[in-house]
Design a protein around this ligand. Structure first.
Ligand code: ADP
Ligand code: MG
Length: 437
């Protein structure tokens, strides 16, 4: 209907930055006679919603664009097949009960490496999996991008699926939850939507921060939550923000997120990164020695996804060129990704940083002095030269006062071992590395 199309176009552009425009597409123009525009909506809920949120704007636009006495009436129109809008959007993605749970099968606790950075979150996740609905409800897992939230929430689902036969588990991203809701509203199938989400035993919602600004989805999430919670069904959320940091959500929903246990995943430390690399390499049958593992761990900023990207590239290279991986190959293959080729640190930079940290002279590092307060920094400087520069063992030896390459190898091995056992060495190395950028 032409009259409605004009109004709709304006509405869509008015609301396009607010995520509210799907609500406009569910309106269906039924008639326009005697200056009365009648719009159909699928159900009671949408009627109330549109009345309280959009009616005023629609009337204003109708009076501006059509005729200044136009009235706009909203009626429930539950005829089954309204082809008008349905054809423009993809078909609704109904989740069949007791069927596809949407779980990502490859993310399990078996291949989830636990370290200092995630031991709290993973302990909470395991507790919830062993006692769904009873341990912590909801469990709210929060952490930065690429740190393992999607992995751990799926691991919960997979473990529950293994240990508690027959429980109905749904894993869904918030984005898909929102889409599913819009589709069901459009198709007038809200009964089915509610039947699915309010009757499961475990609801796993990934990336809940995306519910920000989406009022109607917040409303539905709130009621879904309450129903499940009252029936002691387990709910797990992940988010890259704390509940109090998610903008534009209703207070009552925020307080639900905070009601159970909030567990965070931190940026992994070097040992955890090394353990993750080794585990992935083993699972993917890529030959990665300690040296490469440390090299990778030291040269990634924070994100585990980034680490995986490097590993994939290394293994592809090894496979395609039939080359055996070693640290030289790794540095060569990844140099463009890890740092710009000409921006490798120099051994000089490292010697200065180490000397400064330990308050000794660079010339001491190059000397043959064996006192511990000099020998240890020298070994650390050699280790860092090996992990952060492109230099070979003999080259490093040469730049440390012409030492034999076997001395360098010994130092590198010693420090890699100590980092795994000795907190103060680990902290020192980490701090020097940070300073080097
Ligand atoms: P997020 O959802 O927090 O952005 P993901 O769960 O997608 O992060 O993790 C990114 C990648 O890193 C995934 O492939 C995941 O398997 C891997 N990963 C993250 N943490 C770990 C860990 N502790 N052990 C093993 N792999 C991990
Ligand atoms: Mg994720």
């Amino acid at each position: 209907m032409e009259a409605w199309e004009k109004i709709k176009k304006e509405l869509v552009s008015m609301y396009k930055d607010t995520n509210d425009d799907p609500w406009i597409t569910i309106l269906n123009p039924l008639s326009f006679d005697n200056n009365a525009l009648v719009l159909g909506v699928p159900d009671d809920f949408s009627l109330d919603w549109i009345k309280s949120h959009y009616h005023e704007d629609i009337v204003k636009l109708a009076r501006t664009l059509l005729n200044d006495t136009t009235s706009v009436e909203l009626v429930i129109d539950d005829r089954e097949d309204l082809e008008t809008n349905s054809q423009k959007l993809p078909p609704a993605g109904f989740i069949p009960l007791n069927n596809s749970k949407g779980l990502l099968k490859n993310y399990t606790f078996d291949n989830y490496v636990v370290g200092e950075s995630n031991k709290f979150a993973s302990a909470a996740a395991i507790a919830v999996s062993q006692n769904p609905g009873k341990a912590y409800n909801p469990l709210f897992i929060y952490g930065g991008v690429g740190l393992g939230k999607t992995h751990v929430i799926n691991a919960i689902g997979n473990l529950i699926d293994n240990e508690h036969n027959g429980l109905n588990i749904i894993y869904i991203t918030t984005e898909n939850f929102v889409n599913d809701l819009v589709n069901h509203l459009r198709d007038r199938k809200m009964d089915l939507f509610r039947e699915v989400y309010r009757n499961c035993d475990v609801l796993l919602i990934d990336d809940i921060q995306f519910i920000s600004n989406k009022e109607r989805s917040q409303e539905e999430m709130f009621h879904t939550f309450n129903t499940l919670y009252e029936e002691k069904k387990q709910i797990v959320f992940t988010s890259d923000k704390l509940p109090k940091e998610i903008p534009n959500i209703e207070e009552r929903l925020r307080s639900r997120f905070e009601m159970g246990l909030i567990a965070d995943i931190q940026v992994p430390d070097i040992e955890t990164k090394v353990a993750i690399i080794k585990k992935k390499a083993e699972d993917d049958h890529i030959g990665i020695d300690d040296e490469i593992a440390f090299f990778l761990a030291y040269n990634t900023q924070s994100n585990i996804r980034e680490l995986e990207g490097y590993l994939t590239r290394l293994s592809a290279y090894a496979l395609l060129t039939k080359t055996k991986l070693n640290i030289h190959v790794a540095k060569e293959v990844l140099s463009g990704l890890i740092r710009k080729k000409d921006k490798w640190l120099t051994i000089d930079d490292i010697q200065k940083a180490v000397a400064m940290h330990f308050k000794i002279k660079v010339s001491d590092l190059l000397s043959n002095k064996r006192m511990k307060f000099i020998a240890l920094p020298r070994q650390i400087a050699m280790f860092l030269s090996r992990t952060l520069t492109n230099a070979s063992y003999p080259e490093i030896g040469l730049q440390f006062g012409n030492k034999d390459h076997s001395t360098v190898i010994h130092s590198v091995n010693k420090i890699s071992g100590m980092i795994q056992e000795n907190q103060s060495i680990k902290d020192a190395v980490e701090k020097i590395k940070k300073g080097l950028g």
